[in-house]
Design a protein around this ligand. Sequence first.
Ligand code: SF4
Ligand code: MG
Length: 334
Amino acid sequence: MKPLLAIDNLRTILRTGAQPVRAVDGLTLEIQRGETFALLGESGCGKSMTALSIMRLLPDGGDIVQGSIRLNGDELLTLPEAAMRAVRGGRIGMIFQEPMLSLNPVMTVGEQIEEVLARHFTIGHAAAQARILELLAQVGIPDPARRKTEYPFQFSGGMKQRVMIAMALAGQPELLIADEPTTALDVTIQAQVLDLMRDLQRQMDMAILLITHDLGVVAEMAHRIAVMYAGEAIETASREHFFKHPAHPYSQKLFAALPTRHKRNQGLSVISGNVPPLSEIFVGCRFADRCDRAWAKCRQVAPPWTAVAPGHRVRCHLYATGEAQQPAINAFPQ
Ligand code: SF4
Ligand code: MG
């Protein structure tokens, strides 16, 4: 089956400081129709730059220098800008961590949704008003008739994120990109917004690219996952397989850093060391400086992708054929 979104060997460069930075460096991944795909990683690993590359909304100094991004077979990177504007908010919707940055403070919520509708459909004022009520109800905003006449500052953080979701859904996208959609919300509201996204994803058979640094969010939401490190993907698997058998040493450390019932009072064990600067040209494995299992080859040769199970691939020399004895992939102790 043709994937909904196929990113192939994407490289995005940022020229803002003294050295150009390879924010995304050779990323390849596929998202299927109707699935929730999580891109997991620490901040600065290239997750948001991947999202902005897909939307072709890179900041000044950002440039896609290599690769391909196809939506249902259509190459997005060579689309004329006018056609790309129709893709944004139409075939692909996007929500961000900070809804306040994307909502216009001096327009009512209804006016903002109407603007999106007018951009993507030929729709009269009355039909638009009916559709706005429908969208607000769909995202669980009570009393839509009153709420649509209100301004963003009259909404709580969670309600603002619901408004953003309504705006993102207005164009009936095939793909919703959600970049840390709940990170700015408190825990109870987070859970409600995630529930809403899961329900909508099922109802609308829409794919979601969920960008997060939070394994808990992945556990709740994702069908499949890719772990990103220093601009590239290093492991990809179904959620079930990933949580049972995280294979890459970095993924295993992410699990080890989770607070557990027993460890809760001992504080978070953080992964020691830093992500290498992305201005570097890498020779071996990018994780080598932080990896307890690194050996000479890791610093000399970039590890290839290796399948450790059907649909579960990892980029680490430990698993490559003919290398060090294949380690047992232990389930993370519960
Ligand atoms: Fe560690 Fe080597 Fe695997 Fe990289 S390739 S994660 S350094 S064992
Ligand atoms: Mg980010």
